[in-house]
Design a protein around this ligand. Structure first.
Ligand SMILES: Cc1cc2nc3c(=O)[nH]c(=O)nc-3n(C[C@H](O)[C@H](O)[C@H](O)COP(=O)(O)O)c2cc1C
Ligand code: SF4
Ligand code: FES
Length: 677
């Protein structure tokens, strides 16, 4: 039954900061945002109707018109395009006789092209009624109707499940409080085999979730002493649907590409080849723990670093992170400890910590793997960061389509709050940290830190001018730290093992480990964590298994729409921030011989032009013009000059980085670009 608007709106306090969550909740309940709905939202939140309209028309995931009964989106981002995404779109356009983008409730099917589903390791991917489908072949499209379902809509603000919040009594030490929790968790745990089905977004897109029911039935039939766990991806997306078996002696086995028909044989044998992984710190527990269980996280050591830190001082935490040399993993590589220190010293209360889980850059999907795989590691990192920076409220901001990430982090917060790890008196200490979840509503620029703050305050996602920087005046003018998911995931290990140990895992200019998303036509697309200073050959040849069809790789797209195609001649150069090859945020798409570089460059440029928020002229007007110059075959000099102007005069990183793909394209693939424009 559709909830009346008044009921949907009643849950939101009448303040502007709830504008985006309120619009998302109305859309979730009614399917789209009618004029009447916008008027009622405006009246309820006491925000001028024109401004509500301004916000509602700004975010791509908010719809001011209804869709057809079924909604099909086809990814044409670089990874998917290289593996046939555009051909899938052409087939469906023909089949439904609907131009991409054609909308309207009168249509049975609304078909759209998408820039990226952030499941690039499962390319080519499509989305049918809110569910992703990976490794889709043209022959599967014949049976597309079997995927139609009751529409699930992305971006619903996850309601906090009601659960008693235990405000723990003040205790002598946080470690003693955690020891009690851990003892209980150990006592509740079974001693049998753990059968972990890796149901991350990637696994689900090829049916991993459909293995749960036959496995459960088979375990029961055989009376096996086994716990079946709905787990997360360990990074081996190429092997999905994947099941990991952990024996009572903690030996781990993986069974790759498991089909339903092979489930009985697996349960009979419970055997397989031992898996090998590269050095893993942030991903150490991903795939091996139950992401929906605080108990399991506690048994694996979660929150022990937080407990120790609370018994010490915030300065100790900052000192270890400083010693680790950790640089932000959101793309700007700013030293994390300096940010925290500045916030701690800044005048103004309360202070805020925002986790940037927006991950809206096509070609990258590592933050989703971390959020889905080990939500308690991130939450512990958030609590440590908030403690160090002096923040008493943390906001976990998660991309509007990353439903599984939001669901798992939401549950982690609920359980942690009930156990006294979040809220008043964290682990019985005098430290307070409230944690809440917010969801994005689309748009690449939303990931830019100040645009993200604007959206939390109920405005359009447009970057602010700086200074002041968020650490001085961020959310509601108060000191605010914004950190990327991967940055926060690294904190518990750094503080536990010491900054120097983490730093030693990388190079002097790129300390520690880095998580990469590998996609495109390679044998083993997925998510890997390696020591920093890794080369593209080590990633694409050694870990990803090289080219899928034996064609040599002529390059790799590194850093998505803010990056460029790196030629194969640089595949042995160590990747370091601001070096000859920078890892960017860690999205690597293999580009085989025969692929068109001009096509990739134009895809990236067109994406940036579409995603420009329009606040500053060089980016808003310059990017479409740059694209047109490329199309028209204008002189290289003119193209370079316009690119430089856009870079120099743009307000935020989107405009500043957008021309890089063109400029580097001319440097590395000049002949091809000049010949084929
Ligand atoms: C257009 C644009 C998009 C961005 N998207 C993201 C994002 O999705 N996730 C992220 O953590 N940082 C993103 N950033 C970087 C953030 O502005 C910011 O530097 C980062 O969240 C800070 O966290 P860190 O210091 O831990 O890296 C983006 C920047 C720009 C200019
Ligand atoms: S550079 Fe582009 S995205 Fe950034 S503020 Fe200017 S117009 Fe908006
Ligand atoms: S899912 Fe298609 S390019 Fe990312």
């Amino acid at each position: 039954m559709i909830k009346p608007l008044e009921t949907v709106l009643a849950q939101f306090p009448r303040e502007r900061q709830w504008l985006l969550p309120a619009l998302q909740a109305v859309q979730h309940a009614h399917g789209w945002l009618s004029e009447d709905a916008l008027t009622q939202v405006a009246a309820h939140l006491r925000v001028p109707a024109t401004e509500v309209y301004g916000v509602a028309t700004h975010f791509p995931e908010l719809h001011l018109a209804p869709h057809g009964r079924h909604h099909v989106r086809v990814c044409t981002g670089v990874s998917c395009a290289l593996l046939g995404g555009r051909q899938l779109l052409a087939k469906l356009t023909q089949r439904f006789d609907a131009a991409p983008g054609a909308s309207g409730a009168d249509r049975e099917v609304t078909l759209e092209a998408a820039d990226c589903f952030f499941a690039c390791s499962m390319a080519p991917a499509i989305e049918v009624d809110g569910e992703y489908r990976g490794r889709v072949s043209e022959s599967q499209l014949a049976d597309l109707e079997s995927w139609f379902s009751h529409r699930r809509r992305h971006g619903s603000p996850s309601p906090m499940l009601a659960m008693e919040s235990a405000v723990p009594k003040a205790t002598a030490s946080a470690r003693a409080a955690l020891a009690d929790l851990a003892t209980l968790a150990h006592a509740k745990r079974g001693f049998g085999i753990r059968v972990i089905v890796q149901t991350g977004t990637c696994g689900r897109s090829v049916g991993a979730d459909t293995l749960l029911e036959p496995l459960r039935a088979g375990i029961n039939e055989r009376g096996l002493d086994a716990d079946l766990i709905e787990g997360a991806c360990n990074g081996m997306c190429y092997a999905a649907p994947l099941v990991e078996i952990v024996t009572p002696e903690s030996t781990r086995f993986v069974v790759e590409r498991l089909q339903r028909a092979r489930v009985p044989a697996l349960l009979d044998a419970l055997a397989g080849e031992p898996a090998t992984w590269p050095a893993r710190v942030l991903l150490a527990r991903a795939g091996a723990v139950d992401p929906d269980s605080l108990d399991d996280a506690l048994v694996h050591g979660a929150y022990s670093t937080l407990a120790r830190a609370l018994d010490g001082s915030p300065g100790d935490v900052i000192a270890q992170v400083k010693a680790s040399g950790l640089q932000g993993r959101g793309g700007a590589f700013f030293p994390t400890a300096l940010k925290w220190e500045a916030c701690r010293k800044a005048v103004g209360e309360p202070k805020y910590l925002v986790m940037n889980g927006e991950e809206g850059e096509p070609g990258i999907f590592k933050d989703r793997h971390l959020m889905e795989g080990d939500p308690h590691q991130i939450l512990e990192g958030v609590l440590l960061a908030a403690y160090a920076a002096g923040a008493s409220r943390a906001i976990l901001y998660i991309h509007g389509e990353a439903d599984l990430s939001a669901q798992r982090l939401n549950w982690a917060v609920v359980e942690a709050r009930a156990a006294g790890l979040v809220g008043e008196r964290v682990l019985g200490s005098s430290v307070r940290c409230e944690v809440e979840i917010r969801r994005g509503a689309g748009g690449f620029v939303l990931g830019e830190e100040t645009a993200l703050l604007e959206s939390i305050e109920g405005r359009r996602a447009q970057p602010r001018t700086r200074p002041p920087f968020p650490v001085e005046a961020g959310l509601w003018g108060r000191p605010t730290v914004i950190n990327n998911v991967e940055t926060l995931s690294a904190i518990p290990t750094i503080v536990a093992r010491g900054g120097a140990a983490f730093a030693a895992l990388g190079t002097s200019s790129a300390p520690g480990t880095k998580v990469f998303g590998l996609s495109g036509p390679v044998r083993r697309p997925g998510v890997v964590e390696t020591k920093n200073g890794v080369t593209l050959n080590q990633l694409l040849r050694d870990l990803a298994g090289g080219s899928l069809d034996g064609r040599p790789l002529k390059g790799a797209l590194v850093g998505g729409p803010s990056g460029s195609v790196v030629p194969a001649t640089l595949f042995d150069v160590a990747m370091e921030p601001r070096g000859r090859v920078s890892p960017g945020t860690g999205g690597i798409v293999a580009v085989p011989a025969g692929a068109s570089i001009i096509d990739i460059v134009k895809t990236l440029l067109a994406f940036n032009a579409r995603e420009s928020c329009g606040k500053c002229t060089p980016c808003r007007e310059g990017l479409p013009r740059l694209l047109a110059l490329l199309d028209e075959g204008d002189s290289e000099q003119k193209i370079r000059e316009l690119g430089e102007t856009i870079q120099l005069a743009s307000l935020c990183g989107l405009g500043q980085a957008a021309p890089i793909a063109v400029q580097k394209g001319f440097e590395s693939f000049g002949d091809e670009l000049r010949a084929r424009r």
